[in-house]
Write a protein that binds this ligand. Structure first.
Ligand code: PMP
Length: 289
């Protein structure tokens, strides 16, 4: 069952008019929210980022946070599986084709749920390959826009070469992955680029930095050069559906000793503990000590 403009319907019966500006222009924003044991993970933060994206495209939020909470609860309840991921999608609505904003229309709101399949244990034990590419996206990558053509093309480069992710470089600096944020380890310090218009402010990125802070893991948020990425001891990717994953090769060259490193193991353990605590409604922050 999906939600479309006020109704819960089976996905096969859900239709959007061809003049929807999402279809015509990619004029909309979205969110992806993981659900563990039927509880949405970091919902407030996802709704906050959704508001940021809506502000970025000058579209009024169709619902209050309270209404979003209710819809999220309802969509979780009417779908199978304890672990799901929710996809929320808002477009500027349906209007005669013209680039400028149409007056007096309401936005299209679509929510669906799919089973959440976190990465298999095997991949966490072996690590995964990644490639690099020039970041040729627009200058507002902080907006989670549904117009994802550059990300689609960049991600396909990874698939074409049997890699898990494409890591993006702009003007000689690391930005993020085609669908993830990137951390590296250099001299045992966890490094990641600061939030800016050039990357999506990841919810998982925030969790990892909070865990590093709470557990006194040496870390620094600062620009990371291509050279530092290529000579890193470890490279990690983070996202809501992939959680924390170890990258063990870059453009066919081994990173470190080619195995998931100590930083990955510690952060992944902390992340899994944090998730479990959140689901129990327990400690907001977990320390291994
Ligand atoms: N950057 C990009 C471009 C993404 O698409 C995503 C999400 N798939 C992320 C970063 C990670 O964000 P989050 O941790 O909120 O899933």
């Amino acid at each position: 069952m999906i939600y479309l403009n006020g109704k819960f319907v089976p996905i096969e019966q859900a239709y959007v008019p061809v003049l929807d500006r999402g279809f015509i222009f990619g004029d909309g924003v979205y969110e992806v929210i993981p659900v563990y044991s039927r509880k949405p993970f970091r919902l407030a933060e996802h709704l906050h980022r959704l508001q940021h994206s809506l502000n970025g495209i000058r579209l009024k939020n169709p619902y209050t946070d309270e209404q979003w909470h209710t819809l999220v609860e309802q969509i979780i309840a009417c779908n199978e599986g304890d672990d799901q991921y929710l996809y929320l999608h808002i477009t500027r609505g349906v209007a005669k084709r013209d680039h400028a904003f149409p007056a007096g229309i309401s936005s299209t709101v679509f929510i669906m749920s799919n089973p959440l399949l976190t990465p298999p244990q095997e991949l966490l034990l072996t690590g995964v390959p990644a490639i690099t590419a020039q970041d040729n996206r627009w200058g507002r990558c902080d907006i989670k826009a549904i117009s994802l053509l550059p990300n689609v093309l960049l991600r396909q480069l990874a698939v074409d070469s049997g890699a898990m992710e494409t890591i993006l470089l702009r003007d000689g600096f690391l930005t993020e992955g085609a669908a993830s944020n990137i951390f590296i380890v250099k001299n045992n310090v966890l490094l990641t680029p600061p939030k800016s218009h050039l990357m999506l402010p990841g919810i998982t990125y925030d969790v990892v930095l909070e865990l590093a802070q709470t557990n006194a893991i040496p870390h620094e948020v600062r620009v990371v050069s291509e050279e530092e990425l290529r000579t890193a001891e470890e490279v990690l990717l983070t996202s809501s559906t992939k959680e924390v994953m170890p990258i063990v090769s870059l453009d066919g060259k081994t990173i470190g000793d080619g195995k998931p490193g100590a930083m990955f193991k510690q952060l992944n353990q902390l992340y899994q503990q944090y998730k479990a605590a959140t689901m129990r409604g327990g400690d907001a922050v977990v320390s291994l000590k």
